[in-house]
Design a protein around this ligand. Structure first.
Ligand code: F58
Length: 816
């Protein structure tokens, strides 16, 4: 029974010799790892050898804590949180693991003792880019906070061979290159091939003599797990994130074909199977590969559920205990197939009654929604679903039938409501609505900011909120103060620690409130400014005295990078028109990727690069305005940009951005926000104070009214506003290397996200920014207040909210 509990077996926690904490001992361990695990010596080691050895030596310090964590959690037999996510943007592991294991200083000393340059060695650490954007990074921040709060948790995901594409610019255009992140191997991973699971696809169903349904699958794929460590900060807890990789089954290598020289055909089946975990989908806007994406989702869900059940059985035997010991959080709808899959396992494989299985399933799951855009709610064609998962479609139909009976009973004669709420969409094509399935099959549904949760209940999921109001919750997002303050901004962290007289804020971020009085202290303000300046120098873009204005996020029309661009062009015109006048010098920094098939977003990227080049080449303008766009935005780059920012651009159309999390990171690092009343901006403004936030634009009701009223005319704004007209005309006249007409045409034609309607108030707000910037002391005061009042946005608070409102879990403390 305990055989497969290796990761929880209490016996493994015994008899370990703790690893040394001195530089000399660390050096000995480095040498020993270099020799025994890397198979080389200092004399012949490459930098890669040194890096891998350093990683192993740091990892060993956490592995010891991991074993004790597993033992304590196993002994407690607690309620576990299983976080299911198709994406994790974990960021680089080395720096984090040195910090969390307290080995940063001794590791550097030891490396130098061995004649190695620590910076050269640590530079080889790579970022696993296993996610797209906010949703993937949120998953990583929540794992960090769960470990820090000693919550027994496992993250499940997919170990993509290729992560999010690498972005480059060619003639200002985005090009994508594959991200071969683990080509050299990944020293942070513990492979666990003996925990392999089998995943089935295709085939058909049959009834056996006893009336039970059998699924006769048509394809068998192996799921091989490996895990990475998720250490908590300031505690001994080390949780894991378990990532699955697809492998062909043993019979998928065709020896006879190989022997006949048909090498490609011999491995055909294995290659086909392994494609499942080959690449992270950078978007869902292309038709090709849709089925592969559905396959990925089922692959994640099926292997993770089997692993969760294996773990449950280590200490439990009664299925009715399953929801008492298990809560499975679905990170958006991508893992929603877990609902019919658990039903299948319980009913078909375990022989439970439908009703009992359904009660267990509903109690086990919870669902987080991350969007408001109707086009982002996932649906799958029924024909594809039933071909790939013939048993699951039957289960979905059965769930739907029972559910719709409940709807009809509650709302008799409301046929339209039944049609809207059905898990199956009928027109124009039969499709499975994953969000509906996720709401029906879970005990809790949450949005990720107050406004978002309200709009979900009032608009997007209104019918469901009317049926089950108690199911709907808000859990406002948060970010890891470890990664985005302590690690990203060491200089500010030191100043904060000094100001507060201790570093307890790192795990208790509300303590930042203690900085408020220091905002009135001129010498503290000077040091605050010095830190910001030094961070700008570290970033190495533009003049550190200029206002650093940053817009860093995925490219999407609703986020409105095009609005920022119109402001830049307006400023460019003002400078050109007023020679001899001085202006507040600004460095505008954009960073972010566009989905490869999202042409409108790619046109915006190209236009930004063209405008940047035009400004750069104009000596009358370049002293006051500079636009920079470093390629390949990722967690690593964000950690350099955020600490250097003065101004945070959060300018989405109100009612479109579910939350945002970059907004929180920037405010915490002392940037002031220029933003709309959207997502978590509202909560940020409520906390930092209206005086310390530059508000502009339509609010959600006004935006809805204007858009839905049917009379919105972007051209009317163009005609009425001379500066706006000049900006758009400049694009249309080809002033920026002839680039960007598509952007201007789209704005003047339909302007889906009301950019022109918000242009004037935005430009006015930017004028207020310029005026405020000129009063240096007052700006610094406001910057300090942004940090001091943003403690709420710690992911620790987010996890506490999930734990008390949705998960009902308690910590398990790891002791020595
Ligand atoms: C983001 N969603 C929201 N989706 O846009 C953002 O407001 C929120 O702060 C964040 O989630 C965390 O809650 C998001 O990042 C994706 O990346 C999708 C993944 C699947 C493909 C389509 C994009």
């Amino acid at each position: 029974f305990l055989r497969k509990g290796a990761d929880m077996d209490v016996r493994n926690g015994m008899g370990l010799r703790p690893l040394g904490t001195s530089a000399a001992e660390f050096e000995q361990d480095l040498l020993s790892n270099l020799y025994y695990r890397r198979g080389t010596t200092v004399e012949s080691a490459s930098t890669q050898d040194a890096y891998e050895t350093l990683a192993l030596t740091v990892r060993d310090r956490l592995a010891e804590r991991r074993v004790r964590t597993a033992a304590a959690q196993y002994a407690a037999n607690p309620r576990w949180v299983y976080y299911l996510s198709a994406e994790y943007l974990l960021g680089k592991q080395l720096e984090q693991n040195m910090l969390y294991s307290g080995t940063d200083r001794i590791a550097r000393i030891a490396l130098r003792q061995l004649g190695l340059d620590p910076d050269e060695v640590t530079a080889l650490d790579l970022e696993p880019g296993l996610g797209n954007g906010g949703l993937g990074r949120l998953a990583a921040c929540l794992l960090d906070a769960m470990a820090t709060l000693d919550i027994p948790a496992v993250g499940y995901g997919i170990r993509y061979d290729f992560g999010i594409f690498k972005q480059d610019f060619q003639d200002g255009r985005q090009i994508e290159r594959p991200d071969d992140w683990a080509f050299q191997g990944n020293p942070w991973e513990f492979p666990a091939p003996d925990d392999q699971q089998t995943v089935f696809f295709y085939g058909h169903t049959e009834k056996d003599a006893a009336g039970r349904t059998l699924w006769i699958p048509g394809e068998v794929v192996f799921a091989e797990p490996s895990h990475m460590l998720v250490p908590g900060h300031g505690t001994d807890t080390v949780n894991i994130v378990r990532l699955w990789r697809a492998r062909g089954s043993h019979s998928s290598f065709d020896l006879s074909r190989f022997s006949a020289g048909q090498y490609a055909e011999a491995v055909d089946e294995a290659v086909h199977a392994e494609n499942i975990s080959k690449v992270l989908y950078p978007d869902d806007s292309t038709e090709s590969g849709r089925e592969l994406r559905l396959k990925q989702q089922y692959f994640l869900v099926s292997s993770s559920l089997r692993d969760i059940i294996r773990r449950f059985r280590l200490r439990n035997s009664d299925w009715t205990d399953f929801p008492k010991k298990t809560v499975i959080q679905l990170n958006d709808t991508h893992p929603t197939l877990a609902i019919p899959e658990l039903m299948r396992l319980l009913v078909d494989e375990e022989g439970l009654s439908w009703d009992l299985a359904w009660a267990i399933t509903k109690q086990t799951f919870a669902y987080t929604c991350h969007t408001l855009l109707p086009e982002a709610l996932e649906t799958w064609p029924v024909h594809m679903f039933e071909r790939l998962l013939p048993r699951h479609i039957e289960i979905v139909y059965a769930i739907n039938e029972i559910f719709l009976t409940e709807v009809r009973n509650r709302f008799p004669a409301d046929l339209d409501r039944v049609r809207r709420m059905s898990i199956i969409q009928e027109e124009p094509e039969r499709r499975v609505r994953m969000a509906n399935l996720a709401v029906v099959g879970t005990q809790a549904v949450n949005g990720v900011a107050e406004l978002h949760s309200r709009l979900l209940a009032d608009i997007t999921l209104r019918d469901f909120a009317e049926l089950w109001p108690e199911k709907f919750h808000n859990v406002t997002n948060g970010i890891s103060p470890r990664r985005f303050v302590k690690m990203a901004n060491p200089a500010l962290s030191d100043l904060i620690t000094e100001g507060l007289g201790g570093d307890a804020w790192i795990t208790d971020l509300d303590r930042l409130a203690g900085l408020e009085p220091l905002a009135e202290d001129a010498s503290f303000r000077l040091r605050w400014r010095e830190v910001k300046q030094a961070n700008k120098v570290r970033l190495g873009l533009g003049d550190p005295a200029s206002l650093t204005d940053v817009m860093i996020k995925r490219f999407h029309e609703y986020k409105r990078q095009q609005l920022k661009l119109l402001h830049i062009i307006t400023q460019y015109h003002r400078i050109k028109q007023n020679p001899g006048q001085t202006f507040v010098p600004r460095t505008v920094l954009f960073a972010g990727k566009a989905a490869p098939a999202y042409h409108a977003a790619k046109h915006i990227i190209r236009l930004i690069n063209a405008v940047a080049a035009t400004i750069d080449a104009d000596p009358a303008v370049s002293p006051y305005l500079k636009v920079v766009f470093p390629a390949n935005y990722n967690v690593t780059l964000s950690s350099l940009i955020i600490p250097a920012a003065d101004l945070s651009e959060q300018i989405s159309l109100a009612g479109k951005e579910a939350s945002g999390t970059g907004n929180m990171k920037l405010a915490l690092n002392g940037a002031l926000t220029v933003g709309t009343l959207d997502g978590a901006n509202i909560e940020i403004r409520d906390r930092v104070g209206a005086d310390n936030f530059f508000l502009f634009g339509l609010d959600t009701p006004a935006a809805l009214e204007l858009r839905n009223g049917g009379t919105y005319s972007p051209r009317a704004y163009y005609e009425q506003d001379g500066e706006l007209r000049r900006a758009l005309d400049a694009i249309l006249d080809g002033k920026f290397a002839g680039v960007g007409r598509e952007v201007a045409d789209s704005l003047l034609g339909w302007d889906e996200y009301l950019t022109l309607a918000d242009y004037r108030t935005y430009v006015d707000a930017q004028d207020d920014v310029d005026a405020a910037w000129q009063d240096t002391e007052s700006w610094t005061r406001r910057s300090i207040l942004n940090t001091a009042r943003s403690g709420f946005f710690s992911a620790d608070r987010t996890v506490r909210d999930y734990a008390s409102e949705i998960w009902h879990v308690t910590p398990v403390k790891v002791t020595r």
